[in-house]
Write a protein that binds this ligand. Structure first.
Ligand code: SF4
Length: 420
């Protein structure tokens, strides 16, 4: 039985989709994100699809798959490193050499000098970033190509280029008396390599949820305004914390001229927010925070900054997955935590720290649709293919894109988080 099965069977009326009990391969041939938080989002037509997983892996039971993964790992030795994101299911995480957020994992890959292959148990943009930062000769494999990210898909290169052209026409390109250019692009790590490269080409930078404030400070030193994509919530929450008034943060809807704004609104803007969001974190509400406080007086509410602003405002704290993990680990007295982030991570924290009461703010079990697409069946498949000296599902960013993206990533590396 998988951890998803346990979640669903222990609360049969509380799962967002009964399809979560099926193997992810059931959804590989159909368009869409599959069951989970992103199931209502529209997937781009060109999104990568996974070919059919061989029956031997679809039909194997959990014990068999784990034994095969362990045997293949032993055969491959340190030629392969397996990275697992915090939001992955436990059955995958137990085989990971490193567990972390997207940026920690991209860095972790570089600390394993002998690894010829990085198997990235996460989603597509993370595997791209690992490929950009990997050593020459290292390959990155994503066990299921359908593991994309609905938020990253909300900003495509053509739409951002079109937005940029409109903004340049409005603002011009001349720097002001302090040498600040009219606008600087900032992309969240959760974006395609093409958009990281866009930022590299246009004097911009990448941010994570840990260093977003430092990155915005960097950008405001060099630009009069920021175009922030794809996550409106991280952009708004961070800029608001830095004192930017909400009326100076217009939203850019890529389907409308000037993003649905007036020229005056855009001229007065400090941060232009792209109309993107994470469907996992969008599920959290102020009502859930209020209920947690009513049910558990003294509860400590911590949410991720991808949550909508009213939820962040209602919480006690907001921070990245790493911040949340460290906050729980640092609590000395038994504490009740209500956490607003992905369910797999919350349940793992609850298991790791039984001295605390830890629960997810959202009572409905609804994991990230795309993280869910990685399953031990795919991991066993790619590892056994590697043992047979074949390399399936290699993620390769073209060098001209990677070179520009590296510029923006290097700027990000220099921007240390406030709490580092
Ligand atoms: S949790 Fe949200 S941002 Fe992360 S991979 Fe899933 S959809 Fe994308």
């Amino acid at each position: 039985m998988t951890s998803i099965d346990v979640l669903i069977r222990s609360a049969p009326d509380e799962a967002c989709s009964t399809d979560l009990a099926k193997g992810p391969w059931e959804f590989d041939v159909t368009p869409g994100y599959g069951p989970g938080s992103s199931m209502g989002d529209v997937i781009p037509t060109g999104a990568p699809r996974q070919g059919e997983l061989p029956a031997a892996y679809r039909e194997a039971d959990a014990a068999d798959l784990h034994a095969r993964i362990r045997a293949a790992k032993a055969a491959l030795g340190d030629r392969v490193v397996i990275l697992g994101h915090f939001y992955q299911r436990d059955e995958v995480v137990q085989h990971a050499d490193f567990l972390g957020d997207s940026f920690q994992l991209a860095n972790a890959a570089q600390t394993v000098p002998n690894a010829e292959t990085i198997v990235f148990c996460g989603v597509h943009f993370m595997a791209e970033t690992a490929d950009i930062l990997a050593r020459p000769g290292q390959d990155v494999i994503l066990p299921n190509l359908a593991a994309g990210c609905s938020m990253a898909d909300m900003a495509d290169e053509d739409s951002v280029e079109e937005c940029w052209a409109q903004l340049e026409e409005l603002y011009g390109t001349e720097a002001d008396a302090e040498g600040r250019v009219p606008i600087i692009p900032v992309t969240y790590m959760n974006s395609s390599a093409a958009l990281k490269a866009f930022c590299g080409r246009h004097g911009g930078i990448v941010c994570t949820s840990s260093n977003a404030e430092t990155v915005l400070e960097w950008a405001f030193e060099r630009g009069q305004r920021v175009l922030f994509f794809p996550d409106q919530h991280l952009g708004r929450n961070t800029a608001k914390k830095m004192g930017v008034p909400l009326e100076r943060m217009p939203m850019w809807n890529p389907r409308k001229p000037l993003g649905g704004n007036t020229a005056d609104d855009l001229t007065d803007a400090r941060v232009v927010l792209w109309h993107g969001f994470c469907s996992v974190h969008k599920r959290f509400t102020v009502e859930q925070v209020e209920k947690a406080r009513a049910d558990r007086p003294g509860v400590r509410v911590i949410v991720h900054p991808e949550c909508p602003m009213p939820v962040v405002d209602a919480a006690d704290e907001a921070g990245s997955t790493d911040y949340i993990r460290k906050a729980v680990a640092a609590a000395i007295e038994p504490t009740t935590f209500a956490i607003g982030t992905e369910i797999n991570m919350v349940n793992r924290l609850a298991a790791e720290y039984p001295q605390h009461e830890i629960f997810c703010l959202d009572p409905v079990v609804c994991p990230c649709s795309t993280m869910y697409r990685i399953h031990p069946g795919y991991l066993a498949w790619v590892l056994e293919e590697l043992v047979a000296e074949r390399k399936p599902n290699v993620i390769r960013v073209p060098e001209r894109v990677a070179a520009d993206a590296r510029v923006a990533l290097d700027r990000m590396l220099a921007a240390k988080p406030k709490d580092a």
